[in-house]
Design a binder for this molecule. Structure first.
Ligand SMILES: Cc1cc2nc3c(=O)[nH]c(=O)nc-3n(C[C@H](O)[C@H](O)[C@H](O)COP(=O)(O)OP(=O)(O)OC[C@H]3O[C@@H](n4cnc5c(N)ncnc54)[C@H](O)[C@@H]3O)c2cc1C
Length: 299
């Protein structure tokens, strides 16, 4: 590939030892500094001159950001510097959040995943970010700290568009928290790239289903669609259909069509919009069938 910018431009490196020091530095050097963790998006974007910060603020020096904890009350807390591989190898993550683990395994190759973080994947806010859909269906929250103090934002309100989040200047995400999933929840992450070697998804679907006494079908489903809109979206009409009607093959097929209709994809170098839409239908159907099998729904 012809690389127009083969080298990184110069920058100054800062490694704070505490959250407070990080925030103060980012505030002092507003518009000239950028926080990063794994750097696997950040350095590519700097190389491509998408932004040119004077200072790069390495968050890995903050010990609190390496926390990866699970509790039955709070759920899973993934600190800002926790790598994809750490999440993949975590027994609690695998037991309680298998759909997140399966999506983390889709990110790049093994070496990349030793650096790339879940929080970096969220903050990069790419509509094809692999761990975004699973974090959304598990009702994740972003824990944010900045000059104005701490705040917690439901992840469904965190994304504003491609590469855009609700973060204010000098704010950082310290961790993402996933509450304990509803009892009996089962799900899958289905993604399609141009190859099997860790390409970014050209379309992806996350499905999470669980028994729900209050719906006519006896179940509730959460379905997200990736890489087919400016941000990862919920397929709300398909979710509603699967709550209201009996879960059977015909209604799953109908729900998969609603997922395709909810997509608003674009043509780009990786896929045509038409192909993305068709793949959303196929991946949604596969994801729903597999989830229903796991839930023991046999109709
Ligand atoms: C070869 C290659 C293959 C890849 N394959 C995939 C793939 O298959 N799927 C996929 O989803 N992604 C892929 N990526 C993209 C990237 O690896 C992931 O998005 C990764 O999870 C980013 O994490 P990071 O810690 O490296 O982010 P960083 O590069 O450190 O940061 C990403 C962005 O978030 C901001 N940021 C980081 N941490 C914080 C924080 N705590 N608070 C506020 N802002 C923050 C940074 O300023 C930057 O804008 C690939 C990248 C490469 C280079």
């Amino acid at each position: 590939m012809n690389q127009p910018y083969p080298r990184l431009p110069g920058f100054k490196y800062h490694r704070p030892a505490s959250t407070r020091e990080a925030v103060e530095f980012l505030e002092k050097h507003a518009n000239q500094s950028r926080p990063y963790s794994g750097g696997t998006d950040c350095f590519v974007q700097i190389r491509d001159r998408k932004y040119l910060p004077e200072y790069l603020v390495d968050l890995k020096g903050v010990s609190q950001f390496h926390r990866l904890d699970f509790s039955k009350d709070e759920g899973l807390l993934i600190g800002a510097a926790v790598s994809m591989n750490a999440v993949i190898q975590d027994t609690y993550a695998l037991t309680h959040y298998p759909v997140l683990v399966s999506s983390a395994k889709e990110v790049g190759g093994y070496q990349l995943r030793t650096r790339a973080t879940v929080v970096g994947n969220l903050c990069n806010a790419s509509p094809s970010g692999d761990t975004i859909g699973p974090c959304l269906v598990y009702n994740a929250e972003a824990l944010i700290t900045g000059p104005g103090g701490d705040r917690v934002v439901a992840l469904k309100n965190f994304f504003e568009g491609p590469g855009k989040t609700c973060l204010e200047p000098a704010e950082i995400v310290t961790a993402v928290r996933l509450p304990v999933p509803t009892k009996g929840a089962q799900g899958v992450y289905k993604s399609l790239g141009r190859n099997k070697m860790g390409d970014l998804a050209i379309a992806a679907v996350t499905v999470l289903g669980y028994p729900e006494a209050d719906t006519p079908s006896g179940y509730a489903f959460k379905i997200t669609l990736s890489a087919v809109a400016p941000k990862v979206i919920f397929a709300e009409e398909a979710q509603a259909l699967l709550s209201e009607r009996e879960i059977n093959r015909a209604n799953i097929e109908e729900a998969a069509k609603l997922c395709a209709q909810a997509s608003k994809p674009i043509d780009d170098i990786r896929s045509s919009a038409e192909y993305r839409m068709e793949m959303i239908r196929v991946l949604s159907r596969q994801g729903l069938v597999e989830t229903c099998e796991k839930l023991g729904i046999t109709r």
